[in-house]
Design a protein around this ligand. Sequence first.
Ligand SMILES: [Zn+2]
Ligand SMILES: [Zn+2]
Length: 381
Amino acid sequence: MAKRDFYEVLGVAKGASADEIKKGYRTKAKELHPDRNADNPDAEAQFKEANEAYEVLKDAEKKAAYDRYGHAAFEGGMGGGPRGGHPGQGDFASAFSDVFDDLFGDFMGGGGQRGGGRRASRGADLRYNLRVTLEDAFSGMQKTINVPTSVSCEGCNGSGAEGGSEPTTCPTCSGMGKVRAQQGFFTVERTCPTCSGLGQIIQNPCKSCGGQGRVEKDRALSVNIPAGVETGTRIRLAGEGEAGMRGGPSGDLYIFIEVAPHKIFERDGVNLYCRVPVSMTNAALGGDIEVPTIDGGRSRVKIPSGSQSGRQMRLRGKGMPALRGGGSGDMVIELAVETPVKLTSRQKELLREFEELSEENNPESSSFFSSVKSFWDSMKG
Ligand SMILES: [Zn+2]
Ligand SMILES: [Zn+2]
């Protein structure tokens, strides 16, 4: 059977305003409500049809797409939304609850409560913490992770019912998930005890999943970790979370990255810092040193003569890649001049001789001690 025009389904003219659409939907929903149609077998299908139409027409973006392409707009994954979902399937419950307050208000003369009518429910989002090395964060990688999650039951295709039988509308609440009872002057509303609010019952529950429609299982997932991830980076895998209840859509899986500290490199955003000790003589005379780079290679760096501790040198582009493209950071080398220890007597002799020959070799010391001298002089004053 060809799909009916959404405007026709809601009984409004093409190009109707948002208000007219909402009004049309409410009228239809009341007309077709399960409570009023216990003996009309077509009411449920028409109710769903109205929901599907409303789900599209109430959303400005989806409505524009429908006006332009008709039903084809929602076939083949074009329909907006994170999974390009077909309207009126997983969204049924949410479309319904949108106007549910209003409807209940009307039926009960005001004061209705929210809820009920939920059949399928979306699975939970899952979080998975993944610790990676700095090297992995530098190069990016493919990683297989085992995610403990519940998946749609294969025995019943997620319906929860055994052997291809369909869940049926709960007779107690007519699919509303709520029942009302008279208590004195008041009508009170409760979650339906027969179906626990699901609105459907399963006569013959699936043996593999006990009617839940999903089973616990470890799943191996191959995850692409892009180069440049940092501690706190989140990777979203749409639809890889927990399976929905009774055919509802799956949740999402979020991978939270933690980059482990590194022995040699310290990271600050895209830049890497590396503290490199140099000998006193190397620092004084100048020379070459070899430093490691995060890609596993090495770079030769020239130490200018007279380098002090704390002197920084920058290796352009030798840092981490930016997560969303746009080149790499730098590697910054900081020199730490090391005073020699365990001197032999010959070395001591040479250093004493060197000291005797030193005059203006330590400008920082000279300037410091002259400041100290004038400080003491001023205190005497
Ligand atoms: Zn099952
Ligand atoms: Zn029920």
